[in-house]
Design a protein around this ligand. Structure first.
Ligand SMILES: Nc1ncnc2c1ncn2[C@@H]1O[C@H](COP(=O)(O)OP(=O)(O)OP(=O)(O)O)[C@@H](O)[C@H]1O
Ligand SMILES: [Mg+2]
Length: 320
């Protein structure tokens, strides 16, 4: 079975010199839900615009179901449903008109248009507002409309760029449940996100990019083990001198130290310590710190999150 998406050596340069993607390669298999993660400006939106054929790559190739995107645009449009980061909806149409227009544009059979549009309005929770102009909608309503527009023509591949940008918890739950439903229906989903909990909740696999390059990929669990370890011990230390950094602490504890915080107000510092054995390491850490006359205010053990992985891989420096 061919991959649903196959990206090979993709480079994209905006204008004369802004290299947004740099020799990027990855693939997405049929039926997979993949999260594309990366700091602001990493190149996520550029990647999905190349996949959907909105942009042409400077070099490299994108294939959907073995079709080269740049040479098969009309075929590709049938296969893909796309929800862009900047909601692009006709503001002077109603939701009903907007979906009917889209259905015609994407070749939904005439006899099915009315029923499909009605069911999409229902899914989006917009049935009772369907005759209001889009420009009178809240941000969440527009996002929900953009979501159902991406599945209206029964697209096999759904690409969602920041699906829950600016929406409330209720709308986000609705959107997430739709993505779960897409999985049950066997669709392939590639979504870009800045929210780690979104990736944790939905992605079978994540791909992390930074500065237009792939930096890691794998299931959330594999990435946690590979980059952080089984557990993280978090200790809040009242009197740790700022001269004593992560390296010193690692030497004292004989454990790997992920990082030590440096609060601007000189307050208590937090250290994150990697541990393979969990509970048995916790008292050892407290004991060794106490021996050094360091006062532990709080100590806890937890499993690493995707956020820990993300920070380990991409660092904490601002990007753009
Ligand atoms: N139309 C454009 N013209 C010039 N440069 C652009 C354009 N669009 C994006 N860029 C640049 O390309 C790089 C990647 O941008 P992109 O929008 O793909 O990032 P992103 O990962 O989606 O970020 P975000 O998380 O902020 O949405 C950035 O340096 C950005 O400034
Ligand atoms: Mg983006």
């Amino acid at each position: 079975m061919p991959s649903m998406i196959e990206i090979s050596n993709l480079t994209h340069i905006y204008g004369e010199q802004r290299k947004a993607l740099d020799d990027l390669s990855f693939s997405v298999e049929q039926g997979e839900i993949v999260g594309l993660l990366g700091p602001n400006g990493a190149g996520k939106s550029t990647t999905v615009k190349l996949i959907t054929g909105i942009l042409k790559p400077s070099s490299g190739s994108v294939k959907i179901h073995s079709y080269e995107v740049s040479k098969n645009l009309s075929k590709i449009r049938q296969l893909i449903g796309f929800m862009p980061q900047e909601t692009a909806l006709y503001q002077d149409l109603t939701a009903q008109e907007s979906l009917v227009y889209h259905a015609h544009l994407y070749g939904v059979p005439e006899t099915e248009v009315d029923s499909r549009v009605a069911s999409m309005l229902e899914i989006a929770g917009l049935t009772n507002r369907k005759d209001d102009l889009v420009k009178t909608y809240s941000g969440g309503m527009k996002r929900r409309l953009a979501l159902v527009r991406s599945i209206l023509h029964d697209s096999k591949l759904v690409i969602l760029d920041e699906m829950s940008l600016g929406v409330d918890v209720q709308s986000r739950n609705l959107i997430w449940n739709q993505v779960r439903k897409m999985r049950d229906e066997g669709r392939t989903v590639l979504f870009c996100t800045n929210y780690m909990d979104e990736s944790e909740a939905l992605a079978d696999r994540v791909i992390i990019i930074d500065n237009g390059k792939l930096v890691a990929e794998g299931t959330p669990n594999d990435l946690k083990r590979e980059y952080v370890g089984e557990y993280l011990i978090e200790v809040l230390v009242e009197n740790m001198d700022s001269a004593l950094g992560a390296e010193w602490l690692a030497g004292e504890l004989k454990l790997e130290v992920e990082k030590v915080s440096a609060p601007l107000d000189g307050g208590p510092r937090t250290a994150w310590i990697r541990s393979q054995s969990g509970h048995s390491d916790l008292p050892i850490v407290i004991e060794r710190l106490t021996k050094r006359n360091l006062r532990v205010k709080q100590a806890s053990l937890r499993e690493p999150s995707l956020g820990d992985v993300f920070l380990t891989i991409t660092g904490s420096k601002l990007r753009d």
